[in-house]
Write a protein of this length. Structure first.
Length: 106
């Protein structure tokens, strides 16, 4: 589980949504893990989906973060009106990914 606070996550993901590139949704993220800066999964994913996504990230050497928030919380943090179960950040744009990457390292 992540140790990143909701405010920091929201600030970072809002920056990514405005200036960066990302892929949202479990199926889309699973296809595009390679080349991602970080993959973020909500608590809504079941264990088999979560395990498969984490294995794919480990194979591609991409940092993986599992949130305690639901897909609704991840969608709100990204500034969207819908649920997002998984998110792959391709390019952070002006957003600072350091707080997210540091929370993964802990």
């Amino acid at each position: 589980m992540s140790m990143i606070d909701e405010k920091t996550l929201t600030r970072t993901l809002t920056g990514v949504a405005k200036t960066g590139k990302y892929v949202a949704g479990y199926k889309e993220v699973a296809k595009s893990v390679k080349g991602s800066k970080v993959v973020i999964a909500s608590s809504t994913l079941d264990d088999s989906e979560l395990g498969a996504l984490q294995k794919t990230c480990d194979t591609a050497a991409v940092p993986f973060l599992k949130l305690e928030q639901s897909s609704v919380g991840l969608g709100k943090a990204l500034g969207k009106q819908f649920r997002i179960s998984a998110l792959a950040i391709k390019s952070p744009g002006d957003a600072n990914l350091k707080p997210i990457l540091e929370s993964i390292a802990k």
